[in-house]
Design a protein around this ligand. Structure first.
Ligand code: HEM
Ligand code: HEM
Length: 182
């Protein structure tokens, strides 16, 4: 078997930070647009859907890259529960990065409201082949909401772990995902 590399590949690092920025922005935009006091909610919805679909496309590419490129190994002294937590968090992120946009897409496809989705204001998004019904729309909405909560919890866990490695354990783990080459 080939040896694990010392750091993530340049492509994996670019995927990581581009998707982190898009996901955080889409999450915050989603939380804002559902509140009545927020201005320009319609525009926010359209951008939420545009960035959500962009996340889907990039995540599919990232998943293929991840499956075909070995990640660096965790430090040798990492306890088994931390290895499991790390792998579990990473794979749960992949599941959410693919399923959240699909659920959002299914939600708007099931809606009977005549609101077309135009990605970047120009590309029409076709409907997914799901039944158009209020019950189906509500079900996808509930799952999308639950996914958003799980995403937020994982995000806190992931960033907490990264900061603990950097400032507490000081084992240089963050530099394996750094945009700068050392
Ligand atoms: C990874 C990508 C996505 C993330 C992180 C995300 C996150 C969110 C969040 C945080 C909310 C509001 C809070 C909540 O309802 O609990 C929301 C609502 C919503 N999202 Fe997304 N979303 C994503 C992708 C999409 C996509 C691709 C679409 C549609 C094509 C979409 C359609 C919607 C709609 C229509 C709502 C409003 C639901 C309502 O009225 O309550 N989302 N999303
Ligand atoms: C929504 C935001 C984020 C998501 C979805 C996310 C997701 C991931 C995933 C899936 C991995 C596994 C590597 C891969 O498959 O490419 C990873 C690794 C990593 N992430 Fe994040 N990340 C996010 C934000 C952050 C932030 C803000 C930090 C720093 C504070 C961070 C630090 C790291 C580090 C250091 C690794 C490498 C861990 C290792 O070497 O085993 N991430 N991240």
């Amino acid at each position: 078997m080939s040896q694990a590399p010392a750091r993530y590949t340049r492509v994996a690092v670019l995927f990581h930070w581009a998707l982190a920025a898009l996901l955080i922005g889409t999450f915050i935009g989603g939380e804002l647009m559902v509140r009545e006091w927020v201005p320009n909610r319609f525009t926010l919805y359209q951008w939420h859907k545009t960035f959500g679909i962009l996340i889907l496309v990039l995540s599919a590419g990232r998943l293929l890259w991840r499956l075909s490129h070995k990640p660096p190994a965790l430090p040798g002294d990492t306890p088994a529960w931390q290895r499991a937590a790390s792998h579990g968090t990473h794979w749960a992120f992949y599941v959410l990065m693919i399923s959240m946009p699909l659920l959002g897409w299914a939600m708007v496809s099931a809606s009977s409201l005549p609101v077309p989705t135009e990605l970047f204001g120009v590309i029409p998004l076709p409907d997914l082949p799901v039944a158009e019904s209020e019950a189906a729309e509500q079900r996808f909405k509930d799952w999308h909401h639950t996914g958003a909560k799980i995403f937020f919890a994982l995000f806190l866990l992931h960033v907490g772990a990264a900061l603990w490695h950097h400032f507490g354990k000081r084992d240089g783990l963050l530099s394996r995902m750094s945009l700068r080459r050392r």
